[in-house]
Design a protein around this ligand. Structure first.
Ligand code: ADP
Length: 563
C-alpha cells in the first residue's frame, strides 16, 4: 500500500536528524545524571571514611597521651642529682599515677658497660626484673635512637621472643655525666586494664573496633565486622607497631543503605531514560502518522476532485449533444439520456459518500433505524448499478434467500454501503465479468438451539467478484480511511479511499460487521465483501424499542487511530 507519498520527503530530512539528536541528548542527560549519582555516592562514602578515621585518630591519641602522661610523672620523680630517692618518691603513688609502669631504671651513658645507676620496681618477682635488665642491656639498648635531641622523650616498641615490649626513655645530664632514664611499661597491663577502660564504649557482641599487632593478630577486642568501612590507624609514638582498627558503628547498615540507594538511583535513571525514549518513540510515531494522514488527505482531495470532474464532463458533453440536436436517432437519444442519468447518479453517490464521510469524521453521523428488509435495500442498490454494469459488459446477479428475517436498518445508509461495494466490484473486477450479490441468513436455527443462539442470527449481504483479488497484507488496511490499494494506483482506477471505511462504519453502527474474503478461487482471483447485520426475531420489538430510544451516533473515526 502506497501510504507514504514522496511529497514531504524534504521536510523529513531535518526531522530525522533531530530525532537521533534528541535520543543522544536524552542518553547524555541520563549518563550525566548517573555519573553525578555515583559521584555523590563516592563523596558520601568518603565522608564516612573521614569520620571513621577521625574517631580512630582520637582513640589512638588517647592511649598515647595516657602513656606519655605516666612518663611525665616518672620524669618528675626521677632526680638525677639524687638517684637514691627514686624508689621512695615513686613507689607510694606508683599504682595510682603510673599504673602501667613496672620499673624505672637509670643507666650510665658515659660508661661502655652502661652501669645501672638506679633501679626501682613495683614487681614482686626479682627474677623478672633481672631478666628485663639483661634484655634491656643486650637487646633493647642497641635499638634505641640517640640521634638529635636526646633529652626528649622517646619510645621503643619491640618484639622479643613473641613478647611485645614498650619502654620510654630520655637522657639527663648531671655534672657532666649523661644518664639514660627508662620507664618499663607492662604491655599486658596496657592491653587488659588500660585499653578496656579507654575503649569502654566497645560493644562486645559486634565489635566495631580492635587492636592488631605487627603481624595482623588481634591483641585486643573481637574481630571486626564492617567490611569496606574499616580503617586502621597505628599508635603514633608509643605502641607504634600496633594498629587500631575501626569500623563506623553504622558501617553495616550504611553499606546496605548505600547499596540499596545506588540500585534505586540506577534503576530510576534507567527508568527515566526509558520513559524519555518511549515518549520520544510515541512522538515520532504520532508525527509519522500525522504526516501520512496529511499526505493521504491531500491525495483524497485530488482524487475526489478528479472523480467529480469525470461524470460532470460526461453529463455536460451528452447534454450539449442533445441540446445541439446532433443526435442521429431516438435510440441514441435514449442512450445519451441514460448516460446522463447514470452519471448523475454516480455523482450523487459520490457526493453522498463524501458528505457522509465528513459527518462521520465530525462525529455527527446519526442513523435512524427502523425495522426493514435488507433484501429490498439490496435490490434497489443492484438495480441502480445494472445499467452501468451492462455498459461495462459485466453482469450483476442478485440472489435472495427465502424467508429472510428483517433487521433494524437505516435503509439509506445501508444502500450507500452496498453502492460502495458494487462500485468497487465494477471498478476493480472489470476483467472478472460477473458480480454476485447474495442476501442470506446466517447462524441461529430452530427449536432450543434457536433460543440459545438467537443473538447470533444474522442477515448477510455478500458482494463477490471474479476480479484480481486483494493481497493478504492489503486486506488489513483497505478499511482504513483514505487507504487505497496498490492495484488502484497501478491501474489508475479512480477512487478516494473512503468507500470501505464508510462501509465499515455503517455496518458497525448497525451492530454488525464487514469482512473481506480473498482469493476465492485456486488461481488466486476474486474477492468477496460480506456485510453482516443482526437479524430481528419475531420478538424483536424489544430490540427495536431499545435501538429507537437511543439513536446510534457515529464514532469520530471509523477505524480509530489507524489511518
Ligand atoms: P477506493 O475504491 O476509492 O480506492 P475503497 O475504500 O472503496 O477506496 O477501497 C479501498 C481499496 O480496496 C481500493 O483502493 C482497492 O485497492 C481495494 N478494493 C476494494 N474493493 C476491491 C475489489 N472488489 N477488488 C479488488 N480490490 C478492491
Amino acid at each position: 500500500m502506497d501510504l507514504l507519498p514522496s511529497a514531504g520527503k524534504r521536510h523529513r530530512v531535518p526531522y530525522f536528524a533531530l530525532v537521533p539528536a534528541i535520543v543522544v541528548a536524552v542518553l547524555v542527560l541520563g549518563g550525566i545524571a548517573l555519573r553525578t549519582t555515583l559521584q555523590i555516592e563516592k563523596a558520601r562514602q568518603q565522608t564516612v571514611f573521614d569520620a571513621t578515621l577521625t574517631l580512630a585518630d582520637e582513640r589512638v591519641d588517647r592511649l598515647d597521651k595516657l602513656i606519655i602522661a605516666q612518663d611525665n610523672v616518672v620524669a618528675a620523680h626521677v632526680d638525677v642529682a639524687n638517684l637514691s630517692v627514686i624508689a621512695r618518691r615513686w613507689l607510694p603513688t606508683a599504682a595510682r599515677e603510673t599504673p602501667t609502669v613496672r620499673a624505672i631504671l637509670v643507666l650510665d651513658m658515659d660508661n661502655e658497660a652502661h652501669d645501672v645507676l638506679a633501679f626501682a620496681s613495683r614487681g614482686a618477682s626479682g627474677r623478672e626484673d633481672d631478666a628485663f635488665r639483661k634484655l634491656l642491656l643486650a637487646r633493647l639498648l642497641p635499638q634505641m635512637n640517640f640521634t638529635g635531641d636526646t633529652t626528649e622523650l622517646r619510645h621503643l616498641h619491640h618484639v622479643i621472643d613473641q613478647q611485645s615490649l614498650l619502654v620510654s626513655y630520655w637522657q639527663r645530664e648531671h655534672m657532666g655525666r649523661k644518664c639514660l632514664i627508662i620507664a618499663w611499661h607492662e604491655v599486658p597491663r596496657l592491653v587488659h586494664e588500660v585499653m578496656p577502660r579507654l575503649f569502654r564504649d566497645l560493644d562486645r557482641e559486634k565489635s566495631r573496633m580492635n587492636v592488631i599487632d605487627e603481624e595482623g593478630r588481634i591483641v585486643f577486642g573481637p574481630p571486626i565486622i564492617g567490611g569496606e568501612f574499616t580503617v586502621g590507624r597505628p599508635f603514633p609514638t608509643t605502641l607504634y607497631n600496633w594498629r587500631l582498627q575501626m569500623a563506623l558503628t553504622t558501617a553495616e547498615e550504611l553499606g546496605e543503605k548505600v547499596e540499596r540507594q545506588r540500585l534505586i538511583e540506577i534503576l530510576m535513571v534507567g527508568f527515566s531514560a526509558l520513559v524519555a525514549l518511549a515518549g520520544l518513540a510515541i512522538v515520532v510515531l504520532a508525527s509519522v502518522n500525522e504526516r501520512r494522514l496529511a499526505a493521504l488527505k491531500s491525495d483524497f482531495v485530488a482524487n475526489v476532485s478528479h472523480e467529480l470532474k469525470t461524470p460532470l464532463s460526461l453529463v455536460r458533453m451528452f447534454g450539449e449533444l442533445l441540446l445541439g440536436g446532433r443526435v442521429p436517432n431516438d435510440e441514441k437519444r435514449r442512450q445519451y439520456l441514460q448516460i446522463i442519468v447514470s452519471e448523475s447518479e454516480r455523482l450523487t453517490a459520490l457526493i453522498e459518500n463524501v458528505l457522509d464521510f465528513a459527518r462521520v469524521e465530525r462525529g455527527k453521523a446519526a442513523y435512524e433505524f427502523a425495522r426493514g428488509s435488507v433484501a429490498e435495500v439490496a435490490t434497489r442498490a443492484v438495480d441502480m448499478y445494472r445499467y452501468r454494469a451492462e455498459r461495462e459488459e459485466m453482469t450483476v446477479e442478485l440472489t435472495i434467500a427465502e424467508g429472510l428475517p428483517e433487521a433494524l436498518i437505516d435503509a439509506r445508509a445501508l444502500e450507500l454501503a452496498l453502492v460502495n461495494l458494487l462500485d468497487n466490484a465494477l471498478k476493480y473486477a472489470k476483467d472478472g465479468g460477473r458480480v454476485a450479490v447474495a442476501v442470506e441468513a446466517e447462524g441461529g436455527g430452530g427449536g432450543r438451539l434457536a433460543a440459545l443462539t438467537r443473538q447470533a442470527r444474522q442477515v448477510t449481504i455478500r458482494v463477490s467478484d471474479r476480479g484480481p483479488g486483494i493481497d493478504p497484507d492489503e486486506q488489513k488496511h483497505i478499511f482504513e480511511r483514505f487507504a487505497r490499494g496498490r492495484r488502484a494506483s497501478e491501474r489508475q482506477v479512480r477512487g478516494s479511499g473512503i468507500g470501505l471505511a464508510l462501509v465499515k462504519h455503517i455496518a458497525e453502527s448497525h451492530g454488525g460487521a464487514v469482512r473481506v474474503e480473498s482469493p476465492l478461487t485456486d488461481d488466486g482471483r476474486g474477492s468477496a465483501f460480506v456485510v453482516s447485520l443482526p437479524a430481528l426475531e419475531h420478538d424483536g420489538e424489544a430490540q427495536e424499542r431499545a435501538a429507537n430510544a437511543e439513536p446510534v451516533v457515529a464514532d469520530p473515526a471509523p477505524d480509530a487511530g489507524s489511518p
